[in-house]
Design a protein around this ligand. Structure first.
Ligand code: ATP
Ligand code: MG
Length: 562
């Protein structure tokens, strides 16, 4: 799906095609991705990034990266840097068109003065509580502010004094003079400037008044000559206000198109909630591999290709819905299946002694790196008298459907030999199985018996003296319910088992020089990615995904139901 011949089609692209046909914007397509630098980007933002940058690419247009940095109390340079890194990592390039709403503060201030001069804006002394009360509700019309009819001169004088810092934070605002009885609450004389004596991460202490998002956003789009201003549905009700500002100021109008934001099951995508998870320490940081942030997904082992592919698969719509996280994981597996080299690793090791194997013999066994892609070649892995297998691959008293190793039973060791269990060493007190004694059949080298006898299971293994000890982090969904975002006390649904740390896992020696970010398929166990925290001492792996593709089952069930 990632190849260039595939052209997505949806209502946004149809609108753009139509505009190109009618030459509405002189044949140009210019979009932007406009994050507020108040948190790390998440998978929902990835959808918006893929859409804005993707459309620009498809229509040979441009896409700007613009930071809507109008709220200095919540914004930080750290977030700006992380956002840039994430957009680049996803594979998009803004070609130096990195803009900030704060670059336009002076221009916006001039526009505000123009509105005042035209009798379209006034300084209001109502407190924030009073503002709320006067605004009314969906059923109760708003009330006009007693300051609404100040003269132009007085408004200019007061606004200037707001700028020079003469008034307390929150004591006055500049409001647009529109219509307090409008059915659209956004049109009830919205605040366009507030007093906020706070240092800004880019403009420092130059300003103590800041434009509101709605004022800044549409003006920034206009200044940048954006043709198609693509945003999420909640801005539909803001569109009349944007049109009003641009009409009053006689400015260029982009065309705004709204689409439904992405929701994903078993996670939250609200920045406020993600900040809470980080600040209260429920996760280890913004890039915790359980987080739906791009930084977290990168650390978990997601590839940019899988995220772009997912964005394309879900498409865009006008109606909100929840996408099953299984689809995201499915896109990931599809990509990793092709690219991740396979290796052998044992998460919960059980020692096996092969009694009839020579004490000091070490054989180099040839193994295939990826059966899906022969060009990835083969490698050699050592085999010796002492190996580890997975604890759960052995049962002393196996139930009927257990086909793996058991006393007296023969199984295949992947790429190596058939082995047969002839003895079990147990802890006398606890009964725990500590070690197995087996024999091997030298005639089965490579994993097949010349006499044609079959075994019912193939186990992964590593040679004990050659293996490397590593730490593995297993992850489950961060929340136990599919829709945690629906609950105000969403924290109550955090999955206590979302992280499990295994300390003494064993991997084949070929992984000795694995680098941070490298992804492997541990045979039969899933995909695992080297964590950046792996220091010289011990490698740490994050389990990216298991091999079980829940999405395929969901699809099968849906077909059956039809
Ligand atoms: P905030 O509540 O802080 O405004 P936000 O999630 O809207 O959070 P922004 O930084 O304003 O974050 O978002 C940047 C862009 O990403 C916006 O155009 C927004 O519409 C889009 N976006 C945000 N969340 C999603 C989502 N879940 N799905 C699709 N697009 C999204
Ligand atoms: Mg927003």
């Amino acid at each position: 799906m990632d190849d260039n011949s595939y052209k997505p089609s949806d209502f946004i692209r149809e609108i753009i095609k139509e505009d190109l046909k009618t030459n509405r914007y002189g044949g140009h397509v210019h979009t932007r991705f406009p994050p507020e630098p108040n948190g790390y980007l998440h998978i929902g933002h990835a959808k918006s990034i893929c859409l804005n940058f993707g459309i620009a690419e498809e229509f040979k247009g441009l896409c700007n990266l613009r930071f809507d940095d109008t709220n200095p109390t919540k914004e930080e340079a750290e977030y700006v840097e992380s956002i840039k890194e994430d957009v680049k990592w996803l594979g998009f390039d803004w070609d130096g068109r990195e803009f900030y709403a704060s670059d336009y503060f002076e221009q916006m201030y001039q526009y505000a003065i123009q509105l005042i001069k035209d009798g379209k804006a006034y300084v209001c002394d109502l407190s924030s509580d009073e503002l709320r009360e006067y605004r009314g509700t969906l059923t109760i019309p708003g009330k006009e502010s007693p300051y609404r009819n100040r003269s132009v001169e007085e408004n200019l004088y007061l606004f200037e004094r707001m700028r020079t810092g003469e008034f307390e934070d929150g004591s006055r605002t500049l409001r647009a003079k529109i219509d307090m009885s409008s059915g659209n609450i956004n049109m009830r004389d919205p605040v366009i400037y507030r007093i906020l004596d706070t240092e800004h991460h880019r403009t420092g202490n130059k300003w103590c008044i800041y434009p509101m998002y709605d004022f800044a956003h549409c003006i920034s789009d206009s200044i940048e000559k954006i043709t198609h201003s693509i945003c999420t549905l909640e801005f539909e009700d803001h569109r009349p206000l944007y049109d009003w500002f641009l009409d009053q100021l006689n400015l260029y109008h982009p065309r705004q198109i709204e689409f439904a934001r992405l929701n994903i099951s078993h996670t939250v995508l609200s920045k406020r909630k993600l900040v809470e998870l980080v600040e209260k320490g429920y996760v280890r940081g913004w890039d915790d591999p359980r987080m739906p942030t791009i930084a977290g997904m990168r650390r978990r082992g997601y590839t940019p290709e899988s995220i772009r592919n997912f964005s394309q698969r879900i498409g865009v719509a006008k109606r909100e819905s929840i996408v099953d996280v299984a689809l995201l994981e499915h896109c990931l597996r599809e990509d990793l299946n092709k690219r991740a080299p396979r290796v052998m690793a044992v998460l919960r090791p059980l020692r096996v002694v092969i009694e009839n194997y020579p004490e000091d013999l070490v054989e180099e066994i040839e193994a295939i790196n990826n059966p899906e892609d022969p060009s990835m070649g083969t490698r050699r892995i050592p085999f010796s008298k002492y190996i580890y297998i997975e604890k759960e691959d052995f049962m002393e008293h196996p139930p009927e459907k257990f086909f793996r190793l058991a006393p007296g039973r023969e199984v295949r060791l992947r790429y190596a030999y058939f082995i047969k269990c002839i003895g079990v060493v147990k802890d006398e007190k606890t009964g725990e199985v500590l070690e197995l004694h087996c024999t091997y059949d030298p005639a089965t080298k490579g994993g097949n018996a010349p006499d044609g006898r079959k075994v019912k299971a193939t186990l992964h293994w590593v040679s004990a003296p050659h293996s490397i000890e590593v730490e593995v982090h297993l992850y489950e969904h961060l929340f136990t319910v599919p829709n945690p975002g629906d609950y105000e006390d969403f924290m109550a649904y955090i999955n206590p088992q979302s992280l499990q740390v295994l300390n003494s896992c064993k991997v084949e020696p070929n992984l000795l020089n694995a680098k941070s970010g490298e992804i492997f398929q541990f045979e039969r166990l899933g995909y695992f990615c080297v964590d950046p925290d792996s220091r010289n001492g011990k490698l740490v792996f994050n389990r990216t995904a298991t091999l079980k593709d829940e999405w395929t089952n969901i699809m099968k069930r849906q077909k059956k139901d039809k």
